[in-house]
Design a protein around this ligand. Structure first.
Ligand code: HPA
Length: 246
């Protein structure tokens, strides 16, 4: 199996199950990645780990240098990326601590550097993005989840908002009408940049909270952290089993 990277999001700044072999500091034409890349071993397989929000967790979603992160992974020879992302749950099955493997994205973010293809000396390029996630990686994740008995939703549409604030109830109602099942702040442009560099990319969405307006009361960071703690235990099991299958 080709080189695998895991991008850890909120709730997964470190992967405790990873045996760290070395750290790589990579400089890219786009600046610094969020953190040093960790080369390690997960359940017998080599894995490169990158903390999307930095280590410690300090970079908000709209300030992440997505280009540097994806470029650095490519520079280390990565071909497959599993991106772990905390999300809010919009539709019925997406309860806190649940895991979804999305198959579609709607991008509501703005003002982020979202392409490698904008050098005026290069020919104009348009990647195909009809199916934004790697079907091969998704199928493997879904298969592995079934094998180890972790309940997941194998289909979901991920809506990417700008953050860092959470959404209004009306925004979530609109997103639900649009077909979104989960909402997060980091899925784009990460997925598109991976596609531009020819990397296979799939997301494990871990539900941290019901999205705005879906329950009574405020959404608090305490609630998000508690749910993520539960969801990340299953996510770590899934990642371990996935790495073993590589
Ligand atoms: N909205 C956007 N991003 C999120 C949420 C949410 O409710 N929860 C975790 N990440």
């Amino acid at each position: 199996m080709s080189r695998l990277a895991i991008i850890g999001g909120t709730g997964l700044t470190q992967l405790a199950e990873l045996t760290i072999k070395k750290y790589e500091t990579i400089t890219t034409p786009y600046g610094e990645p969020s953190a040093d890349l960790i080369i390690g071993e997960l359940n017998g397989a080599e894995v490169i780990f990158l903390a999307r929000h930095g280590n410690p967790h300090s970079i908000p979603p709209h300030k992440i240098n997505y280009c540097a992160n994806i470029w650095a992974l490519k520079a280390l020879g990565v071909e497959n990326i599993i991106a772990v992302a905390a999300v809010g749950g919009i539709t019925q099955d997406m309860a806190p601590a649940h895991i979804a493997i999305p198959d579609q994205i709607i991008d509501y973010s703005y003002g982020r550097k979202h392409t490698f293809f904008e050098d005026e000396n290069d020919p104009v390029r348009h990647i195909d993005f009809s199916y934004p996630y790697s079907q091969t990686l998704r199928s493997r994740l879904i298969h592995v989840a079934k094998t180890v008995g972790i309940s997941i939703s194998p289909i979901a549409t991920y809506g990417c908002t700008q953050g860092p604030r959470l959404e209004t109830a009306a925004e979530i109602t609109r997103m639900e009408r649009d077909g979104c099942d989960i909402v997060g702040m980091t899925g784009m442009p990460e997925a598109a940049l991976a596609r531009e560099l020819g990397l296979n990319y799939a997301t494990v969405g871990v539900v941290a909270n019901w999205a705005a307006g879906k329950t009574e009361g405020e959404i608090t960071m305490v609630e998000i952290e508690q749910n993520l703690h539960k969801g990340m235990a299953n996510t770590a099991e899934l990642l371990k089993a996935f790495a073993f299958s590589c």
